[in-house]
Write a protein that binds this ligand. Structure first.
Ligand code: TTP
Ligand code: MG
Length: 401
């Protein structure tokens, strides 16, 4: 099939977290609503309603700055469980039109509706139908981009936000895309953009009309890919199941921490959380890593690979603790700490190697315990049961006990 005959839709919800909160509490409608962490914990803005954006508030901005810009804003914490639930409903609507749904984040997905057109009408009709269902069933608005490849569809969904619908047909590439600034290209971050702009390449059209060999010379293979994409060539398929490559948790401290036993206690909680996510996602991992960021923002990552795949807390935390003890000097202040498990596999794809010489009964007991805890937490919510850590502290002489 001609690459330009594909019908690719990109959908992105408008001010997602904030819109969900406004929907659920009518008093918030029409008001500047800002979702994010707390000022005390050096939190950042997750998102802001469009009303709040007029004050200059945007995602990733420190919460303290948001308060300065918009002192009368309504500030709310992030309620991930709720947004996950709504996300599943949104994805459910997409799946009524095609199985070819690639979720990019909670509020964003690509749909390949090429084949769906025989059943549901033209791609435009499908796009509008999806917007309509999101509106009538979920009382939220989405912006839809329609084109013949992923790059253009994503660009399109952003052109008419909020509550938008925008189409880029093959013959419209020059008129609609080429005048846009080169920064709107995927893969063109701050540095690349500066480099290109320094050479007088300001628009996507100028990039498209450059000599491809020259671009390759300047930017390497990435330059060639950018040249193709700017000319409307992007054959990446919509990939329905995206395997997550790692599961990680990290935390930034309100004040730097320089005590090993405190840091290990935090790592304990993070590791427990990561393992819980692995188990509820049906995944196991083999590579365990820790990340330490110092007050000057220098970060180190240290990893170890285990002999077998696991989602159990004990082997993960054992590895984390070893990594910490090998790489951290007690007393050094730390700004952020994190735990990640990677080299993931689906549970049912793992062939267990029986441990001929070791004591497997402990492993089985651990797995059973983890399973029971997850079940209780799933039924009664959140953290009904969690692991107790031996309490450590300092006695009155300042000695660890
Ligand atoms: P986005 O789609 O980037 O933003 P949005 O939906 O809030 O607003 P719009 O698309 O209309 O511009 O992100 C989706 C959600 O992801 C957002 O509601 C909150 C969360 N998020 C963060 O937590 N941190 C971030 O830095 C960003 C960009 C998003
Ligand atoms: Mg969005």
């Amino acid at each position: 099939m001609d690459a330009k005959q594909r019908a690719i839709i990109h959908i992105d919800m408008d001010a997602f977290y904030a819109a969900v909160e406004q929907r659920d509490n009518p008093e918030l409608q029409g008001k500047p609503v800002i979702i994010g962490g707390s000022v005390e914990s050096r939190g950042v803005v997750s998102t802001a309603s469009y009303e709040a954006r007029t004050y200059g508030v945007h995602s990733a901005m420190p919460m303290a700055e948001a308060h300065r810009l918009c002192p009368n804003g309504i500030y709310l914490p992030v309620d991930m469980q709720k947004y996950r639930r709504v996300s599943q409903q949104i994805m459910g609507i997409f799946h009524r039109f095609t199985p070819e749904v690639e979720a990019i984040s909670l509020d964003e997905a690509f749909l390949d509706v090429t084949a769906s057109q025989r059943l549901f009408g033209t791609a435009e009709e499908i796009g509008y139908a999806i917007k309509g269902l999101i509106k009538t069933e979920l009382h939220l608005t989405a912006s839809v981009g329609l084109s013949y490849n992923k790059f253009l569809a994503k660009l399109a969904s952003d052109m008419d936000k909020p509550d938008g619908f925008y189409k880029i047909a093959p013959e419209e590439l020059e008129a609609k895309v080429w005048p846009l600034p080169v920064r709107r290209m995927m893969g063109v971050g701050g540095k690349t953009a500066q480099l290109l702009e320094g050479m007088g390449v300001r628009t996507i059209g100028q990039l498209a009309n450059m000599n491809a060999g020259l671009l390759e010379h300047i930017l390497g293979k990435q330059g060639l890919v950018m040249h193709e994409v700017a000319n409307g060539m992007d054959n990446r398929p919509v990939e329905p199941v995206r395997e997550s490559k790692s599961v990680g948790r990290e935390t930034t401290f309100p004040q730097d921490i320089g005590e090993q036993y405190v840091l290990e206690t935090i790592l304990f909680t993070l590791a427990d959380d990561v393992c819980h996510t692995l188990r509820t996602s049906g995944l196991k991992g083999k590579t365990i890593s820790i990340k330490i960021r110092y007050p000057d923002f220098r970060s180190i990552t240290r990893a170890v690979t285990l002999d077998s795949y696991t989602a159990s807390f004990e082997p993960v935390f054992d590895a984390v603790q070893r990594l910490m003890r090998d790489n951290y000097q007690d007393g050094t202040p730390v700004r952020l700490i994190g735990v990640t498990v990677s080299s993931l596999k689906k549970d049912d794809e793992i062939i267990e190697q029986p441990d001929l010489f070791g004591d497997d009964s402990r492993k089985v007991r651990q797995q059973e315990l983890n399973r029971v805890m997850d079940k209780i937490n799933a039924r009664y919510g959140g953290d009904t049961v969690h692991r107790a850590r031996k309490l450590t502290g300092r006695d009155k002489n300042g000695e660890l006990f």
